[in-house]
Write a protein that binds this ligand. Structure first.
Ligand SMILES: Nc1ncnc2c1ncn2[C@@H]1O[C@H](COP(=O)(O)OP(=O)(O)OP(=O)(O)O)[C@@H](O)[C@H]1O
Ligand SMILES: [Mg+2]
Length: 269
């Protein structure tokens, strides 16, 4: 059986007694150690006994099974697990895109479980920056309009919304593509633009579902460096699903999932 060691609040590493290609101690050693003083003890997200079932035909299939998790401010959490184990469903439940069948999801002290769809949409826009595996552009809008779109629900005048969008595009070296149609950008450029869109509301929690899944290795490394800097320099909390075990090195904690459960040991993915 695997046992857990608490290195610092919210920075759990795993100790395992079974042999793996990469031992748990090696894996833990490769993770970044968070300065204990920089991590607050109060979780920013708390998931309590969450279960999620989907109806497939006449049957209900349980996809998430009794998940209990706490995410702390300034963590960089990587979620690893085989395809179909429920990673995206977990992420979507955390941000209120999916409603838990039972259990509670508490974000910054707010129990979002019983929020209405409108409340959830607004809450998501205000509290989270979300990056998906495939960019979901509004194709009739150019890059800058897409990037600044989340601000449209605020009463910030359009000029300022666009200024903020341009400032972000500049930061990520794609301001020269501001007036292009988003789908004409390269994969790496598009993903950087989706990160700009996720950051436009200045969120403290950034959630990313396989953000490098469709990128070549150089573009993927570049995107990972951006996430690292957002975590280390801008002090953002990052929760990222990936298939790439190498990205454990960027994380302060790795969560392994299998068959809808969080497991306390490294698994082969
Ligand atoms: N809306 C839905 N209706 C029915 N089944 C669903 C629904 N959404 C997800 N599932 C099922 O839940 C399971 C977990 O899906 P999920 O997308 O969370 O997996 P994942 O771990 O993110 O996989 P991948 O690594 O391939 O993205 C899959 O079997 C999927 O078919
Ligand atoms: Mg997925």
């Amino acid at each position: 059986m695997a046992e857990e060691t608490q290195k610092s609040p919210g920075a759990t590493v795993l100790k395992d007694d079974q042999e793996n290609e990469m031992t748990i101690s090696e894996l833990a050693a490769s993770q970044r150690i968070v300065d204990e003083n920089s991590v607050f003890k109060k979780p920013i997200i708390k998931i309590e006994n969450v279960e999620k079932s989907f109806q497939v035909g006449k049957e209900w299939v349980k996809i998430l099974k009794n998940i209990n998790l706490e995410i702390y401010p300034r963590e960089f959490v990587v979620i690893l697990g085989p395809s179909g184990c429920g990673k995206s469903t977990l992420l979507n439940t955390m941000i209120g895109l999916e409603k838990a069948s039972s259990g509670r999801v508490i974000v910054r002290g707010h129990d979002i479980t019983n929020f209405s769809l409108d409340q959830l949409a607004e809450f998501r826009l205000k509290k989270f920056g979300v990056v998906y595996q495939r960019p979901d552009w509004i194709k009739s809008l150019n890059v800058i309009d897409n990037v600044s779109l989340p601000l449209a629900i605020t009463d910030i005048p359009r000029k300022y919304r666009l200024d903020r969008g341009l400032e972000l595009l500049r930061k990520f070296n794609i301001d020269h593509r501001a007036n292009y149609s988003p789908t004409t950008l390269s994969g790496g450029q598009q993903q950087r633009a989706t990160i700009c869109r996720a950051l436009i509301n200045n969120p403290w929690i950034i959630v990313a579902d396989e953000p490098t899944g469709n990128l070549d290795s150089d573009s993927a490394d570049n995107v990972m460096k951006i996430f690292l800097s957002l975590n280390q320099d801008a002090k953002r909390t990052i929760i990222m699903v990936t298939h790439n075990i190498d990205y454990v090195h960027y994380a302060t904690r790795t969560i392994y999932m299998k068959d809808g459960e969080v497991v306390n040991k490294k698994i082969n993915i």
